[in-house]
Write a protein that binds this ligand. Sequence first.
Ligand code: 5GP
Length: 119
Amino acid sequence: MTNEYDPQNVFAKILRDELPSTRIYEDDEFVAFHDIEPIAPVHVLLIPRFAMLRGPAEVSGADVDWIGRMMVIATRLAAGLGLEESGYRLVLNNGSDAGQAVPHLHVHIIGGAPLGPMA
Ligand code: 5GP
């Protein structure tokens, strides 16, 4: 990742409605939409609207409250998507070894089938 937030990254464009997305949830702080290349029957991305953070490594103490709300929303979305009983995976990638492709902090909500080992 470079050292500065790139306002041209695809999620920033989705937030500005410059790119289409299939949104399943939005509020003042967050937007959730289906991943364009799902790796499981359910694959949703949850992103903050306002936090220009490239990844979870940039979170600081000032972010504790909204990060908490984001995680609660992720679990509620998973339940709403029918994943509560079967289980699901929440993933935050950071940087190149994690394969992070989009430099805007996001949570993957993945489920709907056995996901296998992490790697
Ligand atoms: P990362 O690898 O950065 O953690 O995950 C980025 C995710 O964004 C990938 O799963 C990828 O399929 C998804 N993605 C990339 N571009 C788009 C797009 O334009 N629209 C949507 N809905 N998802 C995208």
